[in-house]
Design a protein around this ligand. Structure first.
Ligand code: ZN
Length: 463
């Protein structure tokens, strides 16, 4: 028998952390930060629901902060075990976690400056020094290699096609009578037919399935993402405006760069400066080029021809803040990709403050905008948004290209579920807002007749 306990990402898309307990030994799959709504973010500050020192190991599905960003805090509170992750995820953590710490420290500094915290002084959730500690606990595990956690429990990683290094975690539990049970946790499921990386791997069997449902109620537009991107670029450049793309540093940035390079080579968009203004996105872009184990066939071919699939003709990876400032002062039309993807922090805020008031410009959203984020407010058509304490009018065009999302829509989730030879005994939906999870539950029930449950925070189940 094993116990599965949900410590996050229940009826929400952030804070992924799921506990498996076997013979009193505890393992955590993902260790994500809560983001978005304040009531969720406050959970980051509550004592962890179980003693972190009692967790033997953490297994990471991928590097995104909503799956990994609580690790430094967990370690600070006593977690000392290994963190298992694919080689690309290990490298991503080295980029993303220090950045997350800097954001935490900046937030605390800001709260101290304006006196907006109840706590004096306001403290960051963790610091860069905590990150350096936990990074020593990481251990690389390649796809397909089995790791024994206890004599009865082992796991392996399967390519999830979501971002570079992303994986499903397949746990194998051997019962005392010799029966084997498979517990599969999807993390985030990628798209089919995306450039650069593989499609999500088919999985034929699981007794228990923990399934993401981010876009459980949505269909990605069937439009050709590349063609739509070309239209948006051309319209913006024709107005003499700038195209600003808030993007997650890891994944979307590289997909957009790939498409922009293709469009430019095909003469479908003009050659304008393409600027990646995020040290993190720049590092992630280099990492994407290096990790060939995740590349699809076209990406491999381009690299074999010694071409850079992720660079346009006038391409610039920006590092320093001074360079970043000079970009916001440019008049010639530019395409700027900057983080964070939901406009909750980072250099994108400087660009937004400058570009939002001008109707010639376009803000293009290419990823999910969680409730409560600045990105969601802009997308919802609010006439002004607060940036650095000032109200900034939104006069720029606001566009969205959901089909550039790194998450499968419900068609793709159902397509992936079709790979199962028989239904899991139980399926749990996580990582979706309530409507999305409920909608996906109904669709799976209607299509396959599976019993599907939507757990609540801290619910636990015997498997
Ligand atoms: Zn993700």
């Amino acid at each position: 028998m094993a116990i599965l306990k949900f410590l996050g990402a229940t009826r929400t898309v952030t804070g992924s952390r799921h506990l498996i307990e076997v013979d009193g030994r505890r393992f955590l799959i993902d260790c994500g930060l809560f983001q978005g709504l304040k009531q969720l973010r406050l959970r980051n500050w509550e004592p962890f629901p179980i003693d972190p020192a009692s967790i033997e190991a953490v297994i990471l599905t991928h590097g995104h902060i909503d799956h990994s960003g609580y690790l430094p805090r967990l370690a600070r509170e006593g977690f000392r075990g290994p963190v298992y992750a694919t080689p690309a995820t290990v490298e991503l953590a080295r980029i993303l976690l220090p950045d997350s710490a800097r954001l935490q420290e900046e937030e605390a500094d800001y709260a101290n400056k304006v006196g907006s915290s109840k706590h004096h002084p306001a403290m960051p959730l963790y610091r860069e020094s905590d990150v350096h500690e936990v990074l020593h606990q990481f251990e690389s595990v390649n796809y397909g290699r089995s790791i024994e956690l206890t004599p009865r429990l082992s796991f392996d990683f399967i390519d999830a096609g979501h971002i570079i290094g992303s994986s499903f975690v397949r746990l194998r539990l051997v019962e005392p009578d010799g029966e084997e049970k498979i517990i599969l946790l999807t993390g985030d499921i990628g798209r089919y037919g995306e450039p650069i990386i593989h499609d999500p791997s088919p999985v034929a069997a699981a007794d228990y399935l923990v399934l993401e449902s981010t876009y459980g109620d949505r269909e990605h537009q069937q439009v050709d993402a590349r063609a739509r991107l070309a239209e948006i670029v051309n319209a913006t450049v024709a107005r003499g405006g700038h195209l600003l793309i808030p993007a997650f540093a890891v994944g979307r940035t590289q997909t957009i760069l790939y498409y922009l390079r293709e469009l430019e080579e095909a003469g479908l968009i003009p050659v304008v400066p393409v600027i990646v203004d995020s040290p993190m996105a720049s590092n992630a872009t280099r990492l994407y080029l290096r990790h060939t184990e995740g590349h699809d066939i076209e990406m491999k071919d381009l690299l074999d021809e010694r071409r850079n699939p992720l660079a346009t003709k006038r391409f610039n990876l920006i590092r320093t803040r001074d360079e970043s400032k000079s970009v916001t002062n440019r008049d010639e039309p530019t395409i700027v990709i900057s983080a964070s993807g939901m406009c909750t922090g980072g250099r994108i805020l400087h660009h937004l403050r400058r570009r939002l008031p001008d109707p010639r410009n376009t803000i293009l959203f290419v990823g999910f905008q969680a409730a409560g984020t600045r990105g969601r407010r802009i997308l919802n058509g609010e006439p002004e948004v607060r940036i650095f304490g000032q109200m900034v009018p939104v006069r720029a065009h606001v566009e969205t290209l959901e089909s550039l999302s790194a998450h499968a829509d419900y068609h793709e989730i159902l397509r992936w579920l079709d790979g199962f030879e028989k239904p899991p005994r139980r399926t749990f939906l996580v990582h979706g807002e309530p409507e999305a999870a409920e909608s996906l539950r109904q669709k799976i029930a209607a299509r396959a007749g599976w019993a599907v449950e939507i757990p609540d925070y801290l619910d636990e189940f015997e498997l």
